[in-house]
Design a protein around this ligand. Structure first.
Ligand code: CMP
Length: 140
């Protein structure tokens, strides 16, 4: 089915100036960018976005990292977009990410892991709504 997913190019990848290289991989896989913007999250916004992880030991470092610089947020649309994006990203820990995936090629650590992608249709819906008003998501 045609799905939408939220992709975040995290502060490490933005700082490395590889936004275009990462976007190219989405395009080559048939995913279309239907909304995008830069955001420098506040602490409370980052805490809210990652609320599902608030009891995890890595929560504080995750929030600290995500507010360390601007991120590039996109809505990607395409056939099986959620799973396709996760396959392109590779495993959360870049040491475990398969060769040729975004995290294998651009990530430095499990915290500075270059990208975020929604993990399921319900979370995709919530994450997209967190960043984009419906009128700013475009049919292409
Ligand atoms: P992300 O897909 O953005 O969702 C939560 C983030 O927490 C994850 O990517 C990682 O960058 C970060 N993180 C740090 N440590 C862990 C861990 N042990 N397990 C899962 N995620 C972690």
């Amino acid at each position: 089915a045609i799905e939408r997913t939220l992709s975040i190019i995290k502060p490490d990848a933005v700082a490395k100036n590889v936004i275009g290289k990462i976007v190219s991989r989405f395009e080559a896989a048939g995913l279309k960018m239907v909304a995008s913007k830069f955001v420098h999250l506040s602490r409370s916004e980052a805490e809210q976005f990652y609320a599902v992880h608030k009891e995890r030991p890595f929560f504080k470092d995750l929030v600290e990292f995500m507010i360390s610089g601007p991120v590039f947020v996109q809505v990607l649309e395409g056939e099986d977009a959620i799973l396709k994006n996760r396959d392109l990203m590779g495993a959360t820990d870049p040491k475990k990410a398969a060769a040729g995936t975004i995290r294998a090629d651009f990530a430095d650590s499990i915290d500075a892991n270059a990208v975020h992608g929604s993990d399921a249709p319900e979370t995709a819906k919530g994450e997209i709504a967190f960043f984009f008003a419906g009128l700013n998501v475009y049919k292409r």
